[in-house]
Write a protein that binds this ligand. Structure first.
Ligand SMILES: [Zn+2]
Length: 412
C-alpha cells in the first residue's frame, strides 16, 4: 500500500482521537478519573468493532480491551497497551492541532502569544522539509499517548485491508489514568489479556527504545506533636514541623531530583502540610538499581526510628509503598526476544536505535511486575507534557511500521 494513504490514515486517526478531551484528574481517586476518557473509550470500542476485532469490552474502570485472532501459523500472543488520558499541566484540555507542511526551520507562531522557537527547540531542525503536527499553543498535543492509539488502530486497519498478511494473536488494552500513577494498567482484565509479551508506544523521538525504568515507591511520614500555650510551652510543646525539618535534613541533597540524572536515583519530598498538631509529608523514591532502591527505603525507616527516639512524646509513623518496578528486572532468557526483535526490526527499517534508561515509569513498568515483559518504543513526538509538543508525520509513520512488523513477526 502506498505510503501516502497510510500516512493520511494515521493523521486522520490521530486528529480524531485528540479531538476528544481526556485529561486525567489527579484529585479524583476514581478510575477513570475523568469522563472524557470514558467517551474516548466508547469511540475506540466502536472503531475496534468496525475493524473486525473480537471480545471487545469496556470494564467498570474504563479499560477498553479487544482481541484480533491469529491469522496463519504461530504460537505466541502479543499485546499492545496505550493510555487514554492526556496529562493535566494546567493547559487547556481541548486540543486544536495544526499541521505545518514542508517545515522550513523557522520559528512558528503557535498563536498570537506563543512562539515555537527553533533555537530553543533545535531538535526540530532534524525535520526540515517534513510535515509536522504542532499545537495551537494552548494545550499539549496529546501525542502522549494518542499517537500510540492512532498507530495501533492504523495497524489493525492495515491488517484488515490486507487479508493476505498473516499475523499473531493480538490483544489490545487502552487504559485510563497512566499520567496519574499508572492507575489504569492495574485495572486490565488479565484473563482477557493472555499475552506472552506486550508493548507500549509511549516514548518520544524516532528510534527511542526503553526497557529500563525506575523502581518506584511513594511514602508518607505522619507526625503528631503536642500543642501548648506559650505560657507553658517550655518542655511541653512538641512541634511536628521541627521534627519534619530534622527528617528532611537527614536526606542527602546530592540525591534529590534537582541534582541527579541518567541512572542516579533520588528521594523527592513532594508535599508537606502541617498545623501545630498534625503534619503530613509525602515523598517519592526512585532508583533504577533495585539494591540502591531498597537501601533508600531502609534508610528512611532508619531515620524515622532515630526521630522516634529523639522525640519520645511525638507520634511518628512512616509508610512506604512500592508503585512499580524496573522493567529490566523482569527480563529473562525466554522473554528478551521481545526486545531483540524490536532492535532487529529497527535495523531492518533503518531506524537508529536509541536505548534510554527512562527516568520514570510506563504502563509496562506495572505490567512487568505482574509477569508481562513490556518494552516501550517511540511515538516519534518531542516535548511531551508541553504546549511545544510536536509530532513529525514521518516519525509517526516509522512508529507504525514498527508496530506492523511486530504484529507480522514470525520469530516472536
Ligand atoms: Zn504517556
Amino acid at each position: 500500500m502506498e505510503e501516502k494513504i497510510i500516512k493520511d490514515k494515521l493523521v486522520e486517526n490521530f486528529l480524531k482521537y485528540v479531538a476528544i478531551p481526556s485529561q486525567s484528574d489527579e484529585k479524583n481517586k476514581d478510575v477513570p478519573s475523568s469522563f472524557g476518557q470514558l467517551e474516548l473509550g466508547k469511540v475506540l470500542a466502536t472503531d475496534l468493532k468496525d475493524l473486525g476485532l473480537s471480545d471487545i469490552s469496556i470494564n467498570q474502570f474504563g479499560v477498553v480491551q479487544a482481541r484480533l485472532p491469529r491469522r496463519g501459523e504461530g504460537k505466541k500472543s502479543l499485546g499492545w497497551v496505550a493510555h487514554l488520558d492526556t496529562v493535566d499541566v494546567g493547559l487547556s484540555d481541548k486540543i486544536h492541532p495544526q499541521i505545518i507542511k514542508n517545515y522550513d526551520g523557522k520559528d512558528i507562531n503557535l498563536n498570537e502569544n506563543v512562539v515555537f522557537s527553533s533555537k530553543e527547540n533545535p531538535e526540530v531542525l532534524a525535520y526540515i522539509g517534513d510535515d509536522i503536527i504542532f499545537t495551537d499553543g494552548s494545550s499539549v498535543l496529546g501525542a502522549d499517548n494518542k499517537a500510540a492509539i492512532a498507530n495501533i488502530m492504523t495497524a489493525l486497519w492495515y491488517l484488515k485491508e490486507n487479508p493476505q498478511i498473516n499475523h499473531g494473536e493480538i490483544y489490545i488494552a487502552f487504559v485510563p489514568d497512566e499520567e496519574i500513577g499508572l492507575r489504569g494498567s492495574r485495572k486490565i482484565d488479565f484473563d482477557k489479556f493472555k499475552v506472552d509479551y506486550a508493548y507500549t508506544i509511549d516514548c518520544c523521538e524516532l528510534g527511542e527504545l526503553i526497557y529500563e525504568t525506575f523502581n518506584a515507591a511513594s511514602g508518607t511520614l505522619k507526625i503528631k506533636g503536642i500543642p501548648a500555650h506559650p505560657m507553658s510551652s517550655k518542655g511541653n510543646l512538641v512541634n511536628p514541623i521541627m521534627i519534619a525539618h530534622d527528617f528532611i535534613s537527614m536526606l542527602d541533597r546530592a540525591k534529590m531530583p534537582e541534582n541527579t540524572e541518567n541512572r542516579e536515583g533520588y528521594i523527592w519530598v513532594t508535599d508537606i502540610n502541617s498545623d501545630v498538631l498534625n503534619l503530613r509529608l509525602d515523598f517519592n523514591i526512585r532508583n533504577h538499581d533495585r539494591e540502591k532502591f531498597e537501601k533508600a527505603k531502609a534508610y528512611l525507616y532508619e531515620i524515622t526510628e532515630i526521630l522516634k527516639k529523639r522525640y519520645k512524646k511525638a507520634e511518628i509513623e512512616i509508610q512506604i509503598e512500592d508503585v512499580y518496578d524496573n522493567i529490566a528486572d523482569s527480563m529473562n532468557d525466554e522473554n528478551k526476544i521481545a526486545v531483540e526483535r524490536l532492535k532487529e526490526i529497527f535495523d531492518k527499517l533503518e531506524i537508529e536505535t536509541k536505548i534510554i534508561p527512562m527516568r520514570g515509569g510506563t504502563d509496562g513498568s506495572f505490567l512487568s511486575t505482574v509477569g508481562i515483559f513490556t518494552p516501550n518504543y517511540f511515538t516519534g513526538a518531542h516535548n511531551f507534557h508541553s504546549n511545544k509538543e510536536f509530532l513529525p508525520i514521518d516519525s509517526l509513520y516509522k512508529s507504525f511500521l514498527v508496530t506492523l512488523e511486530l504484529m507480522k513477526d514470525k520469530k516472536l
